[in-house]
Design a binder for this molecule. Structure first.
Ligand code: CMP
Length: 161
């Protein structure tokens, strides 16, 4: 028998299960494929997935807005989004990329607008859940710091001497 999309695609499978015990196992499989969660056991992935909610955005919708107060962190599961900063080039975010961490970490306003380019499916962690994941999962915290260090380098003008 030909497989249906829901058995081929881990995201479609997790979406098809709704919000029961089996779905947190399916969402753990989805998160395990994201670089931010590499190295976490399935038990830990399930714990993270249990704190998150899935949110879908239409193309061209602002997911977070520059200067707003931050209340959540997002990982892109599907689709692409643009980080829009005044006077600077846009940065494209793809599946596996995260955003929204800065305003949660330093309690300052959102540094940029992040806008869906296509339809975007995200995994959202509210402020308290985000803090709990960082406290409980040092591997996630260090993966996040590595990405933030790379973004900082890329944001700085090249130094020539
Ligand atoms: P935050 O400031 O909470 O909300 C906007 C988000 O855009 C920010 O967190 C980062 O996740 C993301 N962002 C801001 N600047 C950059 C950048 N230079 N490269 C990649 N992502 C960025």
């Amino acid at each position: 028998m030909a497989s249906t999309p829901s058995t081929r695609d881990p995201i479609a499978k997790a979406l098809s299960l709704g919000r029961d015990g089996r779905s947190s196992k399916a969402w753990a499989d989805v998160l395990g494929a994201m670089p931010l969660f590499h190295g976490l056991s399935h038990r830990h992935l399930r714990r993270v997935a249990g704190k998150a909610t899935v949110k879908r955005y239409a193309p061209y919708t602002a997911i977070v807005r520059m200067d707003d107060t931050g209340d959540a962190f997002y990982i892109i599961l599907d689709g692409t989004a643009n980080v829009r900063r005044s006077g600077k080039r846009n940065i494209k975010l793809r599946p596996g990329d995260f955003f929204g961490e800065m305003a949660l970490l330093d309690a300052a306003p959102r540094s940029a607008t992040v806008e869906a380019e296509t339809e975007v499916l995200t995994m959202r962690l509210g402020r308290a859940a985000f803090q709990k994941v960082l406290d409980e999962e040092p591997k996630v915290a260090s993966a996040m710091l590595r990405t933030m260090a790379r973004r900082l380098r890329e944001a700085q003008p090249a130094v020539t001497d």
